[in-house]
Design a protein around this ligand. Structure first.
Ligand SMILES: CC(C)(COP(=O)(O)OP(=O)(O)OC[C@H]1O[C@@H](n2cnc3c(N)ncnc32)[C@H](O)[C@@H]1OP(=O)(O)O)[C@@H](O)C(=O)NCCC(=O)NCCS
Length: 184
């Protein structure tokens, strides 16, 4: 826990409940931007209490080996979160797989930050956590997200009907995947 990774322009960090204010600030700033792409949020999601609890759950989930979440900062400004990359539902045994999620701050899109962070995070998941497969479900209309995945070599494995409830509605998702090159 608390291992930090750097890229040319970014710092990737795991956070804990002491960082709840930073996370709350990120979600409040991006409430409208994220609405179309994420789970419907109750009003109490936008409170310090709720974000502290979520970060505590993230730490527990990391300790159990179930998930890892990297928050993204620009180098030289570790007081403002600009995004997040998460690897959820980590399955070991004969799967060694996980589900990928990510998001940016609306004002930091179009600069290549997510691609830069994701490239590093994927490398970490393959080389340090020895995952075999990373799956990214994306709604067909989310072209920005699809472009990010294509640039990193993710492959389209087809559509899953009504896979996730996004902004209150069950939505079809394309399943994109990337395999650990060391396992080929
Ligand atoms: C999905 C999301 C992260 C994509 O953001 P993004 O800014 O397009 O992705 P990146 O940060 O990798 O930036 C890539 C863009 O920056 C451009 N760019 C500018 N400067 C660049 C640089 N120095 N290096 C690389 N790319 C650069 C690229 O050309 C590309 O633009 P294009 O797609 O129009 O060709 C963002 O739209 C988002 O947070 N959406 C809401 C949440 C969401 O949908 N999450 C995913 C659910 S599946």
């Amino acid at each position: 826990m608390n291992k930090t990774y750097c890229t040319d322009r970014l710092v990737l960090k795991q956070l804990d409940s002491n960082d709840a204010e930073l996370v709350l600030d990120y979600y409040i700033r991006n409430k409208e931007f994220l609405k179309e792409w994420e789970a419907e949020r109750e009003d109490d999601f936008y409170t310090l209490k709720s974000q502290k609890l979520q970060l505590e759950q993230d730490v527990e989930s990391y300790k159990r080996g179930s998930s890892i979440k990297f928050w993204i900062f620009k180098k030289g400004d570790e007081e403002n979160i600009i995004g997040c990359v998460s690897f959820q539902n980590i399955l070991r045994s004969i799967m060694q797989s996980c589900i990928l999620g990510y998001k940016l701050d609306f004002s930091e899109t179009g600069k290549g930050y997510l691609g830069e962070a994701l490239k590093k995070a994927v490398h970490v998941m393959f080389s340090e956590y020895y995952l075999h497969r990373i799956e990214a479900p994306v709604m067909p209309k989310n072209t920005s997200s699809i472009n990010v995945l294509k640039r990193l070599g993710f492959v389209n494995e087809g559509i899953t009907n009504k896979m996730m409830k996004v902004d209150g509605a069950w939505e079809d998702h394309i399943r994109w995947s990337l395999l650990n090159p060391a396992h080929e």
